[in-house]
Design a protein around this ligand. Structure first.
Ligand code: ADP
Ligand code: MG
Length: 400
């Protein structure tokens, strides 16, 4: 509930909760002046109000789920207590109807369902008790129209469930939208960065290339070989830059039909020497084979990056599993390692240019992967637990 730490929300929270606390205290004062002799129930009433006030007060500071659950339980206890110790005030049943609504305050889905089920079970048991055991001795108002109250109660719970489902849908849509905005911003910076770096490096290389070519003709045969080698190396450097630049511009590399199993075998042949240095075993399990439409070069680049990270995260003797499965019109390729894993914050940062926790890392591998996957209408999903391992799932549309 980080939203509460923002000042405007915190202000609203304090205002609404201040009113609630005031009403609870007024309730206590009213009972105090109405009753001739204060019963033990009154002291329980005071204790519950005090605990709720304390929890409401500390919640903005320690907004964890323990306080959320405690607050919800205490509020439920308070409303039930009101209903049981003051059976002539039937309006407290209205408050009981609202108990699951408290979870709306915390945007806590699980808490909502727990309180909804709990509330239904409690009220149902209570009504059965009144109907068959109490038979209107203490709760004669409830007994007089018990079926009417029961119908109204269930209707109120159904309305709360409906509001909850609507809210949940909106929250999920907003989360998705926020994630997309983040992703777009990330890709935009990546593109601009790639273009700027590539341009800056390409110019001096072209100058050096030109001069080398110019002088190489006047050299004796032996020295000419050195010049050729230098030129070749510069050509390679230029190619790397062009590849990098392709991140910024729409690619000219054409798409082709890529067989997933074959391409993954190719990548594994490439990567195996690297893995074997650390005696890490890479196992491939193809449940469903299929074809996808993308550039083979980029497909390989994508998985080389993912495999390299998995190997670098693994310990000596660990294994890495690769699984290929079909679902509807998608193929899911999951690379699972049992390495160091990542925390939630690290997972959030993955794919950001130059984000790396390795001493010799560039922090560009995952960014390139994100770009490749996006280009071919696929998606990439990370699941990780610190100290346990990471699953990277790449999904691509299948060619029918
Ligand atoms: P680099 O490998 O050069 O550090 P990447 O973009 O490939 O850059 O990865 C960024 C960071 O994400 C890595 O430094 C590492 O901390 C984390 N990471 C990526 N894959 C894994 C993985 N399979 N297990 C644990 N951490 C990973
Ligand atoms: Mg990497």
């Amino acid at each position: 509930m980080n939203d509460l730490s923002g000042l405007p929300n915190l202000k609203h929270y304090r205002l609404v909760m201040g009113i609630c606390i005031l009403l609870m205290v007024l309730g206590v004062v009213l009972v105090y002046f109405e009753e001739d002799q204060l019963s033990p129930a009154f002291y329980i009433h005071v204790a519950v109000v005090t605990i709720i006030t304390g929890l409401i007060w500390i919640y903005p500071k320690w907004h964890n789920s323990f306080i959320q659950y405690s607050l919800n339980i205490m509020i439920a206890a308070y409303f039930y207590l009101m209903f049981i110790i003051y059976p002539f005030t039937m309006s407290t049943l209205l408050l009981i109807c609202f108990i699951p609504g408290v979870a709306f305050l915390f945007f806590n889905k699980r808490l909502f369902y727990w309180t909804l089920y709990g509330n239904i079970v409690m009220v149902l048991s209570f009504m059965l008790y009144v109907l068959f055991v109490d038979r209107g001795t203490t709760f004669h108002l409830l007994y007089a129209d018990i079926f009417g109250y029961a119908i109204n109660f269930f209707a109120s719970q159904a309305i709360l469930l409906f509001i909850h489902l609507l809210l949940q849908k909106r929250i999920e849509n907003q989360k998705l939208y926020y994630k997309q905005i983040q992703e777009d911003a990330r890709l935009k910076t990546t593109g601009q960065l790639a273009a700027a770096v590539a341009h800056e490096i390409r110019n001096p290389i072209t100058v050096v290339q030109g001069f080398l070519q110019f002088y190489s003709d006047d050299q004796p045969l032996e020295k000419k070989k050195h010049y050729e080698l230098m030129l070749e190396e510069l050509n390679t450097a230029e190619k790397v830059i062009s590849d990098f630049l392709s991140l910024a511009k729409p690619s000219e590399t054409g798409t082709e039909i890529v067989n997933v199993k074959e391409a993954l075998h190719n990548v594994m042949d490439l990567i195996n020497t690297y893995a074997l240095m650390d005696t890490i075993q890479v196992r491939l399990d193809v449940v469903d084979d299929c074809d996808v439409s993308c550039s083979l070069l980029e497909f390989k680049q994508l998985f080389v990056n993912i495999f390299k990270n998995a190997i670098e995260a693994s310990k000596h003797g660990d294994s890495i599993e690769v699984k290929v499965e079909k679902e509807d019109n998608l193929v899911h390729i999951t690379v699972s390692d049992h390495g160091v894993g990542m925390t939630d914050e690290q997972l959030q940062a993955i794919g950001t240019p130059f984000y790396s926790l390795k001493s010799k890392g560039t922090g560009l591998g995952m960014m390139i992967c994100f770009n490749i996957v996006k280009k071919y209408g696929g998606s990439i999903f990370f699941q990780s637990k610190e100290g346990i391992g990471t699953d990277v799932t790449v999904s691509f549309p299948i060619i029918k």
